[in-house]
Design a protein. Structure first.
Length: 213
C-alpha cells in the first residue's frame, strides 16, 4: 500500500501514521521528523531546513524532493510506505507521481484528515513531545504522566505566531493538492475529530475499502 496523509498541521497525521503504518506493515516516512532529526544532528540539511521550519514556511522543494527520493529508494520502502507531511504543494505531488511512475508504481490513496482551524490551534498549542522516546502527547487530550517532566518539550514551531503562518501556508500551498488527488480519484476524506482510536478506525475502514476495490 502506497499512501499519503494530507491535513493541516495538528490534524493528527503523525499520531495516526504511527498506528496505520504499523497495521499495514509499511514504513512511516515523516518529512517533518527527518528534518527535525537533521536539525538536532546539525547536518548541512538541518542547517538549511531550520530557518524555514522556525518561520513555519516550507523548506524549498529542491531540498525536500531530493530527501524524499533518497528515502523512498531505501529497501524498506519498496513494498509500500505511508508518507506523513509530504507532499505539501502541487509541485511536490507531481514530483512524487513521476518518481513512482519511473518505478512502475502509483499511489493507492491520499487520505485527508479534516479538522476545523480552532481545534487545530488547540491541538498544536498543547502538543508536547518526549525527548527520549519521540512520543507525542497533548496536555489535555493525551496527557503525559508528568506534565512538568524535563523529558518533555514543546516544538519551537508550536508558538502562536508560527502556528498562524503554518495554517496560512497550509491553506495557500498545501490545500491545492487535495484537488490534485481528487482529479486522480485517489482522495478519501475522513473526519479526524474524536478519540484517536475512532479516527484510526475510520482511516483503516477507508484503506480497506480502497484495497477491496
Ligand atoms: P500532525 O502530525 O498532523 O501535526 P499530531 O499527530 O502531532 O499532528 O497531533 C497534534 C496534537 O494533537 C498532538 O498533541 C496529539 O497528541 C493531539 N491529537 C492527535 N490526535 C488527536 C485526537 N483525535 N483528538 C485530540 N487530540 C489529538
Ligand atoms: P511537520 O512535522 O509535518 O509539522 O513539519 C514541520 C516543518 O518541517 C514544516 O513547517 C516545514 O517547515 C518542514 N516540512 C515538513 N515537511 C515538508 C515538506 N513536504 N515540504 C516542505 N517543508 C516541509
Amino acid at each position: 500500500m502506497r499512501l499519503v496523509l494530507v491535513g493541516p498541521p495538528g490534524a493528527g497525521k503523525g499520531t495516526q501514521a504511527e498506528v496505520i503504518a504499523d497495521e499495514l506493515g509499511v514504513p512511516k516516512i515523516s518529512t517533518g521528523d527527518i528534518f527535525r532529526a537533521n536539525v538536532s544532528g546539525g547536518t548541512p540539511l538541518g542547517l538549511e531546513a531550520k530557518r524555514y521550519m522556525d518561520a513555519g514556511d516550507l523548506v524549498p522543494d529542491e531540498v525536500t524532493n531530493r530527501m524524499v527520493a533518497d528515502r523512498l529508494a531505501q529497501d524498506d520502502a519498496q513494498g509500500g510506505f505511508l508518507l506523513d507531511g509530504y507532499p505539501r504543494n502541487t509541485e511536490q505531488a507531481e514530483v512524487l507521481d513521476r518518481l513512482l511512475a519511473e518505478q512502475g508504481h502509483a499511489l493507492d490513496l491520499a487520505l485527508e484528515l479534516t479538522v476545523a482551524d480552532d481545534e487545530v490551534v488547540r491541538r498544536l498549542s498543547g502538543r508536547r513531545v518526549s525527548k527520549s522516546t519521540g512520543k507525542v502527547y497533548h496536555l489535555e487530550f493525551d496527557p503525559p504522566e508528568d506534565p512538568e517532566s524535563p523529558d518533555l518539550y514543546q516544538r519551537s514551531d508550536d508558538q502562536p505566531e508560527t502556528i498562524k503562518n503554518r495554517l496560512k501556508v497550509y491553506a495557500e500551498q498545501t490545500e491545492p493538492i487535495i484537488g490534485h488527488y481528487e482529479a486522480q480519484g485517489k482522495l478519501v476524506r475522513i473526519d479526524a475529530v474524536g478519540e484517536v482510536g475512532s479516527v484510526t478506525d475510520r482511516a483503516m475502514a477507508a484503506i480497506r475499502d480502497r484495497t477491496a476495490e
